[in-house]
Design a protein around this ligand. Structure first.
Ligand code: PMP
Length: 411
């Protein structure tokens, strides 16, 4: 791995060279999506220049090249999360499609009336709504593990909610709205003791920390390529082999079949069974390039650097008059939810934009957890490996100016 140097890493991301409203762009909206290194952009354009074809290896030369590139991306994905086999890696559109696939395939097969599905208060809407839909279809009951005032899952309550009726537990590894890191390994082990299947939503985890599906022992792990410096429109379902093999297909069509007659269709084994139709070949290849890029830096180095940045940012933000940080879990990653006294989140977001600083303001597709803290919206700066201590200084200085001018107006 190369020595960690955020300023040099930043130069790998061409979009970060631009000016917004005459100010150098500071990208602190990483929880919504991350920027792409030149290596990913080049890989996608090289795919379209040299390899583009549908993936039927035997048909002709470009088909073989495209198939090799797509399957190489699957192998890079396998390695990134330490899955045992490439057969355990399914390419989908993103985390949302990943969770819907699991709910509709595994869920419909295994969840019956009166069964329970357990999530937490920290979840993104993508890990709430598909379960509500499954419950409406099956008569199952959705249970929600509460969080404490720091925004941490209450493990005692979580354990009480687990029972022999729990068929599926699905929870986030990092809360997208407030940054809590959940004790994933403990939560998975507790659920397994009662025989439940467990899904880890790693959408916000993969860009910040090493993720190892074998160490976690989760049944499924899902994430989106665009949040880990890869393209939009590509995401991943990891599933344990024996779990995937027992699952029916979700969508039917080309590629997912071994043989079709009007009387009967025989499906491919996983992963093909779950990849109906022409997938997002070029962006899968681009995602593979993102993993190669991250390999040159090392996820453990990224986690260590971001930890320093997080501590520095926490101290800086606490010094801003009238600023409240929502959620102060003992373990946090990459995300701050902020409220500035007397200011609307949207106004703070717009004022930061005028300074070249991009943050999200709104409900972050996680209304229940914000409402748990009595809020409808917050301002959410979120970090990535290319953010520097200077970025944090600029954010803190800008928030201070916004806070002071608000106070002045309020007088
Ligand atoms: N889960 C979490 C924790 C997320 O942060 C997000 C994206 N904000 C999603 C799921 C949904 O991801 P996507 O929109 O890429 O499908």
């Amino acid at each position: 791995a190369r020595p960690f140097d955020a300023a040099s890493i930043r130069r790998d991301f061409p979009i970060l060279r631009q000016y917004v409203h005459g100010k150098p762009l500071i990208w602190l909206d990483n929880a919504a999506t991350t920027q792409k290194p030149q290596a990913v952009i080049d890989r996608i354009s090289s795919f379209y220049e040299n390899e583009n074809s549908n993936i039927h290896r035997a048909a002709h030369t470009l088909a073989a090249r495209a198939t090799d590139a797509y399957e190489a991306a699957r192998e890079k994905t396998r390695r990134f999360i330490n899955a045992p086999s490439t057969n355990d890696i399914i390419f989908v559109r993103g985390t949302t499609e990943a969770i819907n696939l699991i709910a509709q395939s595994y869920g419909r097969r295994n969840v019956k009336k009166g069964d329970e599905i357990l999530i937490t208060w920290l979840e993104h809407h993508a890990n709430i709504v598909p379960w509500q839909m499954l419950c409406a279809e099956t008569g199952a009951i959705l249970k929600v593990a509460p969080v404490d005032d720091k925004g941490q899952v209450r493990l005692d309550e979580y354990e009480k909610l687990l029972s022999r009726r729990t068929r599926i537990v699905s929870f986030t590894m990092v809360a997208n709205a407030i940054g809590t890191v959940t004790p994933a390994k403990d939560m998975i082990d507790m659920a397994h003791r009662l025989g439940s299947c467990v899904i880890a939503d790693a959408a916000q985890a993969v860009s910040h920390m090493p993720v190892d599906v074998q160490a976690l022992d989760c049944d499924f792990l899902v994430f989106s390529g665009h949040k880990v410096f890869g393209p939009t429109g590509i995401g991943v379902v990891y599933g344990k082999q024996q779990v995937l093999e027992a699952m029916p297909p979700w969508q039917g069509g080309g590629n997912m079949i071994a043989d079709v007659t009007f009387e009967k269709t025989i499906y491919q084994p996983p992963p093909g069974r779950f990849e109906a139709g022409t997938g997002n070949i070029a962006d899968a290849v681009g995602l593979g390039a993102a993993f190669d890029y991250l390999d040159t830096i090392g996820m453990a180095n990224i986690a260590a650097y971001e930890h320093e940045l997080l501590i520095y940012a926490t101290e800086g933000l606490k010094s801003v008059p009238g600023l409240r940080i929502i959620g102060c879990a003992d373990e946090k990653a990459g995300v701050f939810s902020l409220v500035l006294d007397g200011c609307r989140s949207e106004d703070v977001g717009a004022a930061l934009d005028r300074e070249g600083i991009a943050v999200r303001s709104g409900h972050h597709c996680a209304q229940p957890i914000l409402r748990r803290f009595g809020l409808e919206t917050t301002v959410r700066p979120s970090l990535a490996l290319y953010n520097t201590f200077d970025d944090i200084d600029a954010l803190v200085a800008a928030l201070r100016r916004i806070s002071v001018s608000q106070r002045f107006r309020a007088r």
